[in-house]
Design a protein around this ligand. Structure first.
Ligand SMILES: Nc1ncnc2c1ncn2[C@@H]1O[C@H](COP(=O)(O)OP(=O)(O)OP(=O)(O)O)[C@@H](O)[C@H]1O
Length: 236
């Protein structure tokens, strides 16, 4: 049986005349964690936005659990939990109000709201307006939002950005728990130590293409290089 949950086949994205993603093939297996790494502008957010259905690919195919956004966007949306980067919270709502609103949209049971606030350490401040939250607290709320409906695939854009060491460690434990419950996780990061601590596979992007992938910390040598070549020219 094919174990792929997410499959991207020959996906390209051009914005204006600029090619951003070029012939990308990527898969995430069921019950696995994949970290998308790469320098600024490599194309990580663009890929995650295409998977979330916010951006449409210029060509190629994306399926999650055999579903495609183009053909069946409602069922497709149900199997994905997406955590955006730089989400703008508005309206002076509290953490609890935000999560309750999102839980209705996602048709998640009411009990998930207090449960998730507790999980991400925001129970005590649940009635405070999110506008008064720190970056890390907002990130934890967005992470909780992605978990609401226990989606098959979590798509997280820079989830540990702004987290202090305690919450960074907690994030690593939480994604492991999510994986043990059978969900899959795809996240982007600049923090290689986080990627190495929790991902089954690391994929490195440069200029909208995969330049290296594998499990090992030896991939670290590649990070930030402009030519995308590994130091010894081999694939780990
Ligand atoms: N709306 C847009 N119009 C033009 N160019 C865009 C647009 N969105 C993204 N890009 C370009 O696409 C490339 C990839 O951007 P993307 O945000 O996906 O990279 P990233 O790997 O997530 O970067 P970072 O690590 O800085 O978040 C960049 O060169 C960016 O300037």
């Amino acid at each position: 049986m094919d174990n792929a949950l997410l499959e991207m086949r020959m996906v390209s994205k051009t914005i204006g005349k600029k090619p951003i993603i070029d012939g990308l093939n990527l898969r995430v297996d069921r019950g696995s964690i994949l970290a998308l790494c790469g320098d600024n502008g490599a194309g990580k957010s663009t890929i995650l936005r295409m998977i979330a259905g916010i951006l449409q690919q210029s060509s190629g195919d994306i399926t999650v659990n055999g579903l495609s956004w183009k053909r069946d966007r409602y069922r497709y949306a149900e199997v994905i939990g997406y955590m955006p980067d730089n989400y703008r919270f508005g309206g002076g709502l509290s953490a609890e109000e935000h999560l309750a609103f999102w839980s209705k949209l996602r048709k998640a049971p009411k009990e998930r709201v207090p449960e998730l606030l507790e999980l991400v350490g925001l129970s005590d401040v649940r009635r405070k307006p999110v506008s008064a939250f720190s970056k890390g607290m907002r990130q934890r709320l967005l992470f909780a939002q992605a978990l609401l409906a226990r989606p098959a695939l979590l798509v997280l854009d820079e989830p540990t950005n702004g987290l202090d060491p305690f919450w960074m460690e907690t994030f690593i434990n939480l994604v492991q728990t999510v994986k043990n419950e059978g969900q899959s996780v795809l996240f982007s990061t600049h923090q290689l130590d986080v990627a190495e601590s929790c991902a089954d596979r690391l994929v490195f992007l440069s200029g909208g293409k995969i330049v290296q992938e594998g499990r090992s910390a030896s991939l670290r040598n590649l990070y930030g290089r402009k030519d995308g070549a590994s130091h010894d020219g081999t694939t780990p």
